[in-house]
Design a protein around this ligand. Structure first.
Ligand SMILES: Nc1nc2c(c(=O)[nH]1)N[C@H]1C(S)=C(S)[C@@H](COP(=O)(O)O)O[C@H]1N2
Ligand SMILES: [Mo]
Length: 321
């Protein structure tokens, strides 16, 4: 469904990047791939699907920017998760999300926009060329990963709903399905999980609506079929399995902020200078780096300061944590 067949690629869509990827793929097939031509995550996914595993999202524009570290393994990304709807342990989402059904899927779009409505996932996704984005993810718990997402810039998606000028925030909600999500049968949080961004944050070119990882559709534990990725904010802002998007005039209430307002702010920008009340945020533990690997320094805005710091000029980042 999200997978566009190669025949569906119009000549106008063939960019230098896709030509590059195909050439690399050709080199690989011809046995010419050298160490200097390290395979991108997309090419790795291609190799997986060559071996008869899950199909990949064919028409994906490969990432142009890469963070300093190599992407985490598929194993790390899909077995070490936070998704409290399936339990609070890191392996709970992988183990307890088997009964969750991400298809069919509809998203209700509402609030201050000219095109509200119920949209089928396919209609949301199919007009867009999917992009690969390799981003760092920094959890507020002080661990981190590097993840090769596949998705649509949120900006492109939101503009289709024609937001009104009165819209100042965008609110997102995770589906409420206690029958399929065992964590929602317990009072861990005030369900359903809700998050929000300012319109400027939502419209920033780095903000992604992800539908895949490693060139494949999102596994349930990573927020199938549709989840937000805001790489300069703590991971809890990147809400999973979204079924509602609303343009609002007032700042929306958000789940973690409601549950512990002193610990989790609305902005939640990654900031090594502002500690969590119970632990330091100055450094982080990279997942999958090996038992004896040390912590690494946390960067302001998770390393994306050049791109996003301008969104917050004049804002006291210590108060607006
Ligand atoms: N609905 C929902 N979204 C969520 C969460 C959650 O518990 N429920 N956890 C958040 C947190 S704390 C993090 S760090 C990221 C983790 O994303 P990943 O498991 O895909 O790496 O998802 C975020 N999105
Ligand atoms: Mo997190």
């Amino acid at each position: 469904m999200l997978i566009r067949k190669p025949e569906a690629i119009r000549p106008s869509e063939i960019t230098p990047e896709s030509v590059y990827l195909r050439r690399r793929e050709w080199l690989r097939r011809a046995g010419l791939a050298s160490a200097g031509l390290a395979l991108s995550p997309l090419a790795v996914a291609q190799r997986r699907s060559d071996q008869g595993q899950t199909p990949l999202l064919k028409d994906v524009q490969p990432a142009t920017q890469r963070p300093g570290r190599a992407p985490n393994s598929w194993e790390d990304i899909t077995t070490y998760n936070n998704f409290y709807e399936f339990g609070t342990g890191k392996s709970d989402p992988a183990r307890h999300s088997g009964d969750f059904s991400p298809a069919p899927w509809n998203v209700r779009v509402g609030g201050a926009c000219a095109k509200p409505g119920d949209y089928a996932l396919e209609d949301l996704v199919s007009p867009h060329r999917l992009q690969e984005r390799i981003y760092r993810l920094r959890c507020v718990e002080a661990w981190s990963m590097v993840i090769p997402w596949v998705g649509i810039p949120l900006r492109e998606l939101l503009l289709r709903f024609e937001p009104e000028s009165s819209a100042r925030f965008v609110r997102f909600r995770t589906v409420m399905r206690p029958e399929e999500m065992p964590g929602q049968r317990r009072g861990i949080l005030d369900w359903p999980y809700e998050e929000g961004l300012t319109v400027e944050e939502a419209m920033h070119p780095l903000t992604l609506m992800a539908v895949g990882v490693y060139g494949r559709e999102l596994p349930n534990q990573n927020g199938a079929p549709l989840r937000l990725v805001v790489p300069w904010k703590y991971g809890f802002k990147s809400i999973k399995s979204i079924d509602t998007i609303e343009f609002t005039r007032r700042r929306p209430a958000t789940s973690w902020n409601l549950s512990a307002p002193r610990e989790y702010g609305f902005y939640a920008n990654v900031n090594p200078d502002v500690d969590h009340p119970r632990w330091s945020q100055a450094s982080e533990r990279p997942i999958g780096a090996g038992l004896f690997a040390g912590r690494i320094p946390t960067q302001p805005f998770n390393g994306y300061a050049d791109e996003v710091a301008g969104l917050y000029t004049g804002l006291d980042l210590r108060r607006n944590y």
